[in-house]
Write a protein that binds this ligand. Structure first.
Ligand SMILES: [Zn+2]
Length: 335
């Protein structure tokens, strides 16, 4: 034990109930494992950041320094579902554990090795489970593994075909070493589940079954139509669309041609936190969400800054931001 403050007992009584069950599954810790700026909570067998317990993480120098460094040397990140993706193993998530693996068809020796490395599968799952609290990712029912080589797409999410009210997350086995970019990607991908899950956007099975029905459903939707379906009126993405996209959505290149998209981005650069955010409102809210989690609250007047501040209007998302930041910091220092 590096330090155990008497105040820890008081905090434990005051906040133990609040935090119970919030400890990442990946860690069962003892008081000896705690850093000086952490407090052991017996009930969870976990070292919480003391600032997390007393609500002062926003000004905590350790946490601010960590995120400053995290963002400073982040490499280029590629998003999206890769074409012709070969999912090598798919797990069902049961009680927050990956179980019942179903193996795909390996096309190379490397893919065979990836399928065999179950220890790595577990470690990658724990990476995600460490960052995002279990109660916030209940819509994710499957976890898969693929590779498209080093870098390129590190992870993606999509509704499970045939069971679209639930989602799967698929991670690239060879990018697990690239921790910062992988963690950024996991927060971004979780942002899609957060903003597109069935409680936010009811999945429209009929519209997704044929092109004509899709066009009709999009036409009939008097809120934002995400592709999955017609967003609920009080959904995050509908509010986001109304605030930031209504005036320029018609100018978005429909065929998603990369050159045209980049011109669109250049024309409205001060509206976007990254060039990738200009892809469509769904990617924009996922990127803005990621910047909301990783950055300090911006003070500027640009629309990009307003998009990051957008999330501060939702108390549940401010709480979730604090949790993810504390978990990312705690997890990273135990790499
Ligand atoms: Zn995305």
């Amino acid at each position: 034990m590096k330090q155990y403050l008497r105040i820890g007992f008081i905090l434990q009584v005051a906040f133990g109930m609040l935090l119970a069950g919030c400890a990442p599954e990946a860690f069962v810790l003892t008081a000896d494992d705690c850093y000086e700026d952490e407090t052991f909570v017996e009930e969870d067998q976990y070292c919480y950041l003391t600032c997390e317990l007393d609500g002062t993480c926003a000004e905590d120098p350790g946490l601010l320094g960590f995120f400053g460094d995290f963002l400073a040397d982040l490499g280029n990140i590629v998003f999206g579902v890769p074409e012709d993706v070969n999912v090598l193993v798919t797990y069902t998530l049961q009680n927050d554990r990956p179980v019942d693996p179903i193996e795909g068809e390996p096309l190379t020796v490397e893919e065979e090795d990836i399928i065999a490395d179950t220890v790595a599968h577990e470690a990658m799952w724990q990476e995600f489970a460490t960052i995002i609290p279990a109660e916030n990712r209940r819509q994710i029912a499957e976890y898969g593994i693929f590779t498209d080589g080093v870098d390129n797409t590190m992870a993606y999410v999509e509704p499970i075909p045939g069971n679209e009210t639930q989602w799967k997350i698929v991670m690239d086995a060879v990018d697990a070493e690239n921790k910062k970019e992988q963690r950024y990607t996991l927060i971004h991908e979780f942002g899609h589940v957060l903003t597109l899950n069935n409680n936010q956007v009811p999945f429209d099975t009929k519209a997704n079954a044929d092109d004509l029905a899709y066009e009709e459903a999009a036409e009939a939707c008097n809120r934002f139509f995400t592709g999955e379906g017609c967003a609920n009126s009080n959904s995050y993405i509908n509010d986001f669309y109304n605030a930031f996209w209504q005036d320029i959505y018609a100018e978005l290149p429909l065929d998603q041609d990369p050159d045209e998209l980049y011109s669109f981005y250049e024309q409205y650069q001060d509206r976007f936190v990254t060039d990738y955010a200009a892809t469509n409102p769904g990617e924009d809210i996922a990127e803005s969400w990621t910047h909301f989690v990783l950055n300090e609250k911006p003070a500027g007047n640009s629309i990009a800054d307003q998009k990051v501040r957008f999330f501060y209007d939702y108390p549940e998302l401010v709480t979730l931001r604090d949790q993810i930041r504390a978990r990312l910091y705690s997890g990273s220092r135990r790499d």
